[in-house]
Ligand binder design. Structure first.
Ligand code: ATP
Ligand code: MG
Length: 376
């Protein structure tokens, strides 16, 4: 029987997943600073999931990872692995793999000895150690480098060794804290692909910390976005990008045009002297009655027409002036000043819009379904 797919077809069921479910319930870590480093965080990471903790510097990502690892003690809340409460369990009994930015390899040991280390600690038979080390060096594509010392390897290769050492003993989950932070841009991209492949092949739960939104979008099944010790929003990269619930999320992931609304009511939103249609389905559940809200729309969803041009019926439009045109390689971006207050905005330019130039008055427009109303 042949199967045809259509837009209406249900997605194929996911294959059964290996790995560990990590559950954080009302987790708090208070160092006695003005605000707790981690403040009442609840998060369930599914077995085999690639979860990224993303957020600005100081938002609590590393502290959260260290609490999962058992390197820090909880001020409040619980952490469980596959349903077992490990809140009081010392780090070495949690059986988790760790990978940090600085490779932390033993310099006097060869590649093979470094990778074998966790297996020797666990007193595995010699033959098993030899076999597992060979398997995992193959997985990270370092076969043949067994006898080299860390100093003889590049930064990227050293990080592969550290990765091999972190997964060779079949940990319950792998915790990675900015593991690519020290590498240059090209190497980062290569190792991102490698980590993604290894995650697929190993099938275990990965918790990955980064402050780089692009890296988070590339790698993750889901992203937990941290803001000031709290989780701002959790979801797939698409969900966070397409359906941000707050202005913080909209701004942290990608570029947004932001219009702070003075009023949202009865299917309309008010910005400056303009009243725009609002579809209730595009209003974030976090917009509370009387709370501050903003309309956000991505640059790739904004179109420009020359000042006296026509916009499609039903589209929202705002008068703007082109301030600059940025060449981005694959496309160009018009930098705009919008409305009476000259708010800064951005629109992606198509080849067909090549007639538009700097200084030109335009109408910026977008379809109502492409905008989101978020909590501001
Ligand atoms: N051992 C500690 N003692 C006191 N305060 C700490 C300690 N560790 C972290 N903090 C504070 O907790 C907050 C969160 O720090 P954390 O290292 O978790 O942030 P992060 O999101 O990993 O940031 P970055 O992206 O810079 O690594 C910061 O304000 C930090 O100063
Ligand atoms: Mg950190």
């Amino acid at each position: 029987m042949s199967v045809t797919t259509s837009h209406a077809a249900a997605p194929a069921p996911l294959p059964p997943r290996a790995g560990t479910r990590i559950r954080l319930a009302n987790v708090t870590k208070d160092y006695g600073l003005a605000v707790p480093a981690v403040d009442d965080v609840s998060l369930t990471i599914e077995p085999g999931e690639f979860m990224t903790l993303l957020g600005p510097s100081g938002s609590g990502k590393t502290t959260t990872l260290n609490l999962i690892a058992g390197f820090e003690t909880l001020t409040a809340g619980t952490i469980s692995l596959n349903g077992a409460d490990v809140s009081e369990l010392p780090s070495h009994k949690r059986n988790l793999g760790m990978l940090f930015q600085n490779y932390a390899l033993f310099p006097h040991m060869t590649v093979a000895q470094n990778v074998a280390y966790p297996l020797r600690e666990r007193k595995l038979p010699k033959a098993d150690i030899t076999r597992k080390v060979a398997e995992v060096l193959d997985l990270v594509q370092l076969t043949g480098r067994d006898g080299h010392f860390p100093a003889q390897l590049s930064g990227g290769q050293q990080q592969r060794v550290a990765l091999a050492r972190a997964i060779v003993f079949g940990p319950k989950a792998l915790l990675l804290d900015e593991p690519l932070g020290a590498l240059d841009r090209n190497l980062r991209a290569t190792l991102q692909l490698e980590i993604r492949r290894i995650h697929r092949e190993v099938g275990s739960t990965f918790v990955f910390v980064t402050h780089d939104q692009e890296e988070a979008m590339n790698l993750s099944d889901r992203i937990a976005l941290f803001n000031n010790g709290r989780i701002e929003q959790v979801g797939t990269p698409e969900a966070l990008y397409q359906s941000p619930e707050t202005l913080f999320t909209a701004r942290f992931l990608g570029d947004s045009n932001v219009f702070e609304l003075s009023r949202v009511a009865e299917g309309t939103g008010t910005w400056e002297d303009q009243t725009w249609p609002v579809d209730s389905r595009t209003v974030s559940p976090r917009v509370g009655a009387g709370g501050r809200s903003a309309l956000v729309v991505r640059p790739e969803d904004v179109r420009l027409v020359a000042g006296d041009g026509v916009v499609p019926p039903g589209a929202t439009s705002v008068p703007a002036t082109i301030r600059d045109i940025e060449y981005m390689g694959a496309y160009r971006t018009a930098v705009l000043s919008l409305g009476r207050g000259n708010a800064v905005g951005r629109a992606r330019l198509d080849a067909t819009e090549s007639k538009l130039g700097i200084g030109q008055p335009v109408l910026a427009w977008w379809l109502v379904e492409r905008q989101r109303i978020v909590a501001a």
